[in-house]
Design a protein around this ligand. Structure first.
Ligand code: SAH
Ligand code: SF4
Length: 394
């Protein structure tokens, strides 16, 4: 997709930058310099690109060519150190992006640092302690030696059209797709805000913010490629979550550069899934699981299934047994998410014993199963809680 503001560089790939350089009559190697400075260097203006000749920088500025890094409009800081950002774009709309600092071994998305969740991983919001309240922004980073560790949750659309019954974003409907530059821009703005150096710090990205990434596929996959080839985030440190847009799962499996795949299962049979996720009327569980089986995993890669537990709805031991049957034979893990509640959501969060009983069934069947810690619930930053704060003020 082309950038509507022709003057913004963010979102352009190396071929598009080469075309721009050629048009300007500059040497072709300047395209690589521009690419490196924008993505790896994360500059905010063309004037800062010292590798380019001054005259060329001036010419770009005169033509109102800007890098186009989005601005941070607002930060909501949680008692657990999570920060929810409102990132503003040139049309006045904003997306939500979340920074989640990671404690020692606590975050299941960290490759090689995960363990089947004992009860200590499950926290209800009342257990969030005041001692973790950050006194200022800089202290939100968990600093181990000089290393920062965090997961950034990225939005792919503003709102979402999929209309899952338990999700706050669904209540917005789809406002619009985000452009590739706006998806990459969210990440870069947050990395800059924390002065992250990717060679030093351990940063994971999850495309689990607002929107269904596979319904904005071209922009999402272009952004993923720019993040890998430009910004310098490893593919293995990125995970995209889909509600199950089947044709795109097949396309995604064929991508030369791609994040890991997570599938939002959320129900153990078609009848239940149709109620909770209307997308099931288009593609049923048989089609979803066939796509999962056909997905070409890399060495040591696993699929992830996400399952939002809703009290007395999909959280019974029988449902857990059905999940075992669905997932059997796949190289996969399951992430359980106890419902993050919100206004307008008619479900309840299950009590801890039900969450643990559900997990136990899966673990006993040999399926690695983790309980995702709720992050930033108090600021509506947790999974499925992202909804513009103009709508939900905190
Ligand atoms: N649209 C994509 C990615 C964004 S949602 C998808 O649905 O997969 C990211 C995750 O949050 C999904 O697994 C979704 O099932 C989960 N989720 C949605 N609403 C939630 C809620 N209220 N509580 C907990 N998790 C929720
Ligand atoms: Fe959209 Fe995902 Fe929310 Fe479903 S859970 S409405 S797909 S953001």
């Amino acid at each position: 997709m082309t950038n509507p503001l022709k003057s913004e560089l963010l979102g352009l790939d190396i071929q598009e930058l080469s075309a721009l350089i050629e048009k300007a009559g500059e040497s072709s190697y300047r395209a690589r310099q521009l690419f490196e400075a924008i993505y790896r260097g994360r500059v905010s203006s063309v004037e800062q690109i010292s590798t380019l000749p001054l005259a060329f920088r001036r010419a770009l500025a005169e033509k109102a060519v800007a890098v186009g890094l989005p601005r941070i409009d607002k930060r909501y800081i949680s008692t657990d150190g999570t920060i929810r950002y409102l990132i503003g774009f040139s049309d006045g709309q904003s997306a939500e992006t979340v920074w989640m600092p990671e404690g020692d071994g606590a975050e299941e998305e960290v490759p090689g640092n995960e363990y089947p969740g004992p009860s200590t991983q499950y926290q209800v919001p009342s257990e969030l302690t005041a001692s973790s309240v950050p006194s200022q922004l800089g202290t939100c980073n968990l600093v181990l030696g000089s290393h920062k560790r965090a997961t950034i949750c990225v939005s792919s659309q503003i709102g979402c059209a999929v209309d899952c019954r338990f999700c706050l974003t669904a209540l917005l409907g789809l406002r619009r797709n985000l452009l590739a530059g706006e998806i990459v821009g969210q990440v870069m703005a947050v990395l800059n805000d924390h002065e992250v150096a990717l060679e030093r710090d351990r940063i994971n990205l999850v495309f689990m913010g607002q929107g269904e990434p596979f319904l904005n596929y071209d922009n999402f996959i272009k952004a993923a490629r720019l993040l890998v080839e430009g910004v310098g985030v490893a593919e293995s440190r990125m995970t995209v979550s889909t509600s199950g847009i089947i044709p795109r799962i097949y396309d995604f499996g064929g991508e030369p550069v791609r994040p890991r795949l997570a599938i939002s299962l959320n129900a153990s049979n078609d009848a239940s899934r149709r109620e909770l996720m209307p997308i099931t009327r288009k593609w049923d569980l048989e089609q979803l699981m066939a796509a999962a089986h056909a997905f070409p995993l890399r060495l040591r890669e696993r699929l992830t299934f996400e399952y939002v537990l809703l009290d007395q709805v999909n959280d019974s031991v029988e449902a857990a047994r059905e999940v075992v049957e669905l997932v059997r034979g796949l190289r996969a893990k399951v992430n359980l998410i106890a419902l993050n509640p919100g206004p307008g959501i008619d479900f309840r969060t299950p009590p801890e014993e039900r969450v643990l009983a559900f997990q136990q069934v899966l673990i006993q069947a040999g399926i690695p199963t983790f309980i995702r810690r709720p992050r930033g619930r108090d600021i509506y930053a947790a999974c499925g809680q992202l909804k513009l704060s103009t709508v939900v003020e905190t």
